[in-house]
Design a protein around this ligand. Sequence first.
Ligand code: C5P
Length: 220
Amino acid sequence: MIVTIDGPAGAGKSTIAKRLAEELDFQFLDTGAMYRALTWHAQKSGVRLTAANELATHCLAVPLQIRSGTLWVEQVPMGAEIRTPEVSRDIHYVADNVQIRRHLVDLQRQWVCDANFVSEGRDQGTVAFPSAECKFFLTATPETRARRRQRQLQQQNLPSVYEEILAAQLDRDRRDQSRPEGRLLKAADAITIQTDEMSISEVVAQLANIVQVRLSPRMP
Ligand code: C5P
């Protein structure tokens, strides 16, 4: 079974998708990490991000692998280096590039194949896996999402000015919603979960219940 979780930045998708996958004993795919890793790789390689063809040629040659839910690039597991504000600032060059998007969607389909997966991103229920059996759209108000992000940054002793976080996030929302292909969109058959007043554990429990119900008729 494929479970897709889409939604805007800061809705808690990665944490929730990872926990849900653990709870269901499914594999986990963080597709945002793929866009992040290619942005990071292009930055450190000095590729001109504004040159769409050059960027696509570079990115299509970067070997990506997934091992136990972690993304690896050239035999290196990706971590904090792909979650910096610089990567978030430039990610639209990669995410807006249709050649790169199609390549990443192909990889996602190869990796997921017929296995049990929770796959998380922006276009998983709409473009990558339109026939997934269980689709969720996780969201929260921009203010809630910015406050959550601020708390995460404070915990890491990183700069955390609320107004700046909110402005950067609104900018990313606008870009994510307006790209011609693979834009952030709720699939018609996705269930919306408004997470403002919910804890992570409550969201995971709610999603797990829904998935279990959909799984149960398949049991002998
Ligand atoms: O989920 P995360 O915030 O790590 O994603 C980073 C960025 O990658 C998003 O803002 C979006 O631009 C892009 N993305 C995408 N399609 C996906 C996942 C992420 O365009 N499936």
